[in-house]
Every structure is written in C-alpha cells, then in structure tokens.
Ligand binder design. Structure first.
Ligand SMILES: [Zn+2]
Length: 301
C-alpha cells in the first residue's frame, strides 16, 4: 500500500501495558481462537468488540485459556519489558503503518459522512483498559462504541501472517479499516438500531443481525481502500493488495475459524459471517467505493 505519513494528534494514543489483572503474556496467542469461539458464548446484543471483551473473560474463566494464561506468560513484568516504557504513538513500524491507515480513513470518511467525527486509535500491549472494559490482546483488535475508540495491539499484525496465513500490509489495513467501519456505524446510528433490534430478538436472530453488522464493516473497509488517495493523488491500493485483503477476510470467516479450531461450523452461532460472505462484502466495497452498496441489512447476504 502507498500511504502518506500521518501526523498523529490527540486522536492516537499508546496506552502501553496496563497493570494488574490476569497475566498477559499468552494473550496474543489466543486471538484467533477467541474470534471463533466467542460468538457461541455471548453472540448477541453487543458489537463485536464488546462480545470479544466479555468472551475473553468467559474464556479465561471457563476455558483452557486459564491454563494458557497462567503458564504462557513470562513477559508480563513491566519493568523488564522494553516496549512498556515507550508510550509514544506511531513509534514502531507496525504502529506507524496503522497510524497511516487510520489517518487515511479520516480523509475518506470525512468526505462521505456529514458531521463526521474521528474515532481515536489506542495502541496497547497485552492488556489495558478501554471505555468498554478490559482490553486484551487475546480479543484481537476491537472498536469500543462507548469511547469511540479503536483498540489495537499490533502483535495481531504478526498473528495475521503467522496464524491466519494472511501476510501483507493490505491484510493489516483491512483490519484497521474494518474497526473504523464500526465507528461509521456508530456515528450514523446504525449500531444503535441494530442493538435495539437485537434486544427484541432471539439469540439466533441477534447473531444474524450481528453478522450483517460485520459484513457492512467489511464493505466499509473496502470503500476506504477503494477511495483512499495519497496527497499526490495516487490510489493507496497497489497490485496484490486486493488479494492480500481478501486472503485476510477469508481467513477470519466464522466457518473457517471454527473448522481450524476442530469444530463443526454452526451457522446460528456465527457473528461475523462465513469466509465467503466476508470476502463478498469486502469485494463489494472495494469494487464500488460506494458506502450505499454496503447495506447488508436490506438484502440477501
Ligand atoms: Zn467487527
């Protein structure tokens, strides 16, 4: 991808590593599992981030995570970790990239949404706090509607490659742009509407609505990528980028995640959509660059 260097203001923070709570060292390794498991635990009523938050706690309490977390740590001493002291945002290569994507999303969405207000981007390491409760690397990146913040431990970028087989900068950009997509849903009122509808719905119906939310966010990620330009007017997308992003969407489909966790996919438990659906909606945004094409609520998915 071709991106301008974004100069962060108070819209980007590096929270570093928070103290207390459960050990964080094993967290990054659990991200993929949780993305797949959480929908079955608490699949409705909340945005994906919130589900991930609560699910991570449930997983910690109920699941094999307890073992992993208690034995898999080893890097949780803040005094000996070189990353914990560095709370300057955008100061690593991975953060720099996320910052540049984030800055670019402001431009695109600022033109598309009247009265647009920026979200914040909050880097953290292993674990910290968000306006929605604990932020754990194990949850994967998430968006918190309560403080309108995107939360990201950039260790997830490495996992995308090593665990999900989705290498490349466009795969990473897709993840950031997807979370920003949830911000768009929040400021346009879509998230509230969905949450109200979920409050009246059965678990399965609530999950189905959540899937549509996530597919719309995928489509919005594609809209950003299609419309984003550098200050020199060049498209940010370079040859091969679309394939990288599509590979990431494929890798984090609910059916694929469940299968790779050794489970039979259960469609009623899906909250993010199948690999096929995620690719379809990302592609729709990429090919049209038109957010009106992203209405996943009024059409077959
Ligand atoms: Zn999401």
């Amino acid at each position: 991808m071709r991106l301008d260097d974004y100069d962060p203001g108070d819209d980007i923070r590096d929270l570093g590593r928070g103290g207390g709570g459960f050990g964080g060292g094993g967290g990054g390794g659990l991200g993929g599992l949780l993305i797949g498991f959480l929908p079955m635990l608490l699949g409705r009523k909340m945005g994906c981030g919130t589900i991930l938050l609560i699910g991570a706690v449930a997983f910690f309490l109920l699941g094999p995570g307890a073992n992993l977390l208690s034995t898999g740590g080893g890097t949780s001493d803040p005094m000996t970790d070189s990353r914990s002291g560095a709370n300057v945002a955008c100061d690593t290569q991975a953060e720099r990239f996320a910052c540049n994507v984030f800055g670019s999303t402001h431009q695109v969405w600022g033109d598309l949404v009247s009265g647009y207000q920026k979200p914040t981007l909050n880097f953290f390491t292993d674990q910290n706090r968000s306006g929605c409760g604990a932020a754990q690397a194990a949850m994967g990146p998430f968006y918190c509607p309560a403080d309108q913040g995107v939360y990201l431990d950039t260790a997830f970028f490495r996992e995308l490659d090593s665990k999900f087989g989705a290498a490349g900068d466009a795969a990473q950009a897709y993840v950031v742009a997807h979370e920003v997509g949830h911000h768009i849903q929040t400021i346009t009122g879509i998230s509230d509407q969905v949450r109200r509808a979920q409050g009246r719905a059965s678990q399965a119906e609530g999950n189905a609505l959540q899937v549509r939310m996530e597919l719309q966010a995928d489509c919005y990620a594609g809209v950003w990528a299609a419309r984003a330009r550098t200050s020199a007017g060049q498209p940010v997308m370079e040859p091969g980028d679309m394939e990288e992003a599509m590979r990431a969407a494929n890798a984090i489909g609910d059916d694929t995640l469940m299968r790779s966790a050794g489970q039979r996919p259960v469609p009623e438990s899906f909250t993010h959509g199948t690999s096929e659906q995620r690719m379809t909606w990302l592609r729709r945004g990429l090919q049209t660059g038109d957010p009106r094409q992203c209405n996943a609520f009024d059409t077959a998915i």
